[in-house]
Write a protein that binds this ligand. Structure first.
Ligand SMILES: [Zn+2]
Length: 273
């Protein structure tokens, strides 16, 4: 569950070196159509069930999502992924290797892991993925999702963050399994938070949305398979109910792709971009 112990710190006294009168505390605006909050629905890994079950749900409601893809699975269903891109859904980069911490046993068995590579290796992997997407889907990715939410290479005193690499190559980067939404006046576009919706009912997702709804927060929802709810599966009926809820103007949400919302924020907020 996304809501846990850190939420208890919300009422804590601000640290003394922080100014309490910064614009990030006070500036509140309206998103398009008078919405108070923004939501993006995102899918990782270019899994087949996204095409077979997820995209029809999105298209039925005429809403656009962000798909963070890898060349391997896209190549297996190329014509369908081309149609998704052509239809205006956002295509983001999720690397070719999907390299995460080698603590994952599927990587251990291949003697691979982010602990074993350097920044140049990762840059090459990400560039290769951008080239594949441009050549095959006809779009230039502006958004990136960190596989497994990991943002480092190396180990111990040799660890380096690859967040600066993503900040250099993309408009946005999204992490995973975060506990809070993005503060629209404050969030770092190269480390946007991602909230898990795999395995949740609509009622549970609604509880999460309510909990993460502060000032102009931007809630980026993230999942994998689409079908019957499971540890890595967004429930198709929950997705359908979620979209209906977010589309109802009475609920005050602006539902759009990561890049569309990030572009709006970059053009409107006064804090550093
Ligand atoms: Zn992934």
């Amino acid at each position: 569950m996304a809501i846990s112990s850190c939420a208890n710190n919300v009422e804590a006294e601000p640290k003394t070196h922080l100014k309490q009168d910064t614009p990030s505390v006070s500036r509140v605006w309206q998103y398009p159509h008078g919405a108070r909050n923004a939501v993006s629905i995102t899918f990782d890994d270019a899994r087949a069930s996204q095409l077979d079950i997820g995209v029809p749900v999105l298209d039925k409601h005429n809403v656009k999502a962000t798909f963070y893809v890898m060349p391997g699975p896209v190549a297996q269903r190329l014509a369908q992924w081309q149609a998704v891109a052509l239809n205006g859904h956002e295509i983001g980069n999720h690397t070719a290797s999907h390299l995460c911490t080698g603590n994952f046993q599927w990587l251990r068995q291949q003697n691979q892991g982010l602990e074993q590579v350097d920044l140049q290796w990762l840059r090459d992997d990400i560039t290769k993925t951008n080239n594949y997407i441009e050549n095959n889907l006809g779009v230039t990715p502006r958004s990136f999702a960190y596989p497994c939410g990991n943002t480092f290479v190396g180990r111990g005193i040799e660890v380096k963050s690859y967040v600066p690499l993503i900040a250099d190559m993309f408009s946005t980067g999204r992490t995973w399994l975060d506990e809070t939404a993005n503060d629209a006046n404050y969030t770092d576009f190269s480390q946007l938070t991602g909230i898990r919706i795999d395995g949740m009912t609509f009622a549970q997702i609604k509880v999460t949305l309510d909990a993460l709804r502060f000032s102009n927060s931007w809630i980026i929802l993230a999942g994998h398979e689409v079908g019957e709810k499971g540890i890595y599966t967004i429930d198709a009926e929950a997705l359908n109910a979620l979209i209906k809820y977010l589309k109802d103007p009475a609920n005050g949400y602006w539902l759009d792709t990561v890049d569309n919302i990030a572009t709006f924020l970059k053009n409107n907020r006064t804090e550093p971009n």
